[in-house]
Design a protein around this ligand. Structure first.
Ligand SMILES: [Zn+2]
Ligand SMILES: [Zn+2]
Length: 150
């Protein structure tokens, strides 16, 4: 595995100081344990839980709480790459932190002006300025390129 395969640190955006590291994650997401409270775990890249990671990325029991992640020595931050995290968690993070640097995704505009967001799966109207700012879906902050616009 060469350095260029290491994912970039979510804090500094560089993989210069990044090394592979076995990370300890929670057994259950705070969202499951405290459904009515703010799921703080979603906001911390180093505080994931087993049920927030894709099944195939997990080690066999009783080691399921260890995941092969990364550590950025520049930021002193351990993180699990997005590719190992369930899509639902990625959407929750983007909604809660307001940070979504993913490159633009394509979506088509329906005849009645509705667009199905390809990232979070919600439908919004392009005329609704609270949901669409002309570049991003305001709910999940995903950049969208509209195709088939009337
Ligand atoms: Zn970093
Ligand atoms: Zn969206």
């Amino acid at each position: 595995m060469s350095k260029k395969d290491f994912e970039a640190c979510p804090k500094c955006g560089s993989n210069t100081g990044v090394v592979p590291k076995l990370l300890l994650i929670g057994l259950e997401s705070p969202y499951k344990k405290f459904p009515k409270e703010i799921p703080g775990g979603y906001q911390r890249f180093d505080q994931l839980a087993v049920d927030e990671c894709r099944d195939y990325t997990l080690l066999n029991k009783p080691l399921e709480q260890f995941i092969e992640g990364y550590y950025c020595s520049s930021c002193d931050l351990g993180f699990v790459p997005d590719s190992k995290v369930t899509p639902g968690v990625l959407v929750m993070r983007a909604v809660q932190t307001g940070q979504n640097n993913r490159s633009a995704m394509e979506a088509s505009v329906r005849p009645e002006g509705g667009v199905l967001c390809p990232f979070c799966g919600l439908i919004f109207q392009i005329t609704d300025s609270h949901r669409w700012d002309g570049e991003r879906h305001m709910t999940c902050h995903q950049r969208i390129t509209l195709v088939g616009e009337r």
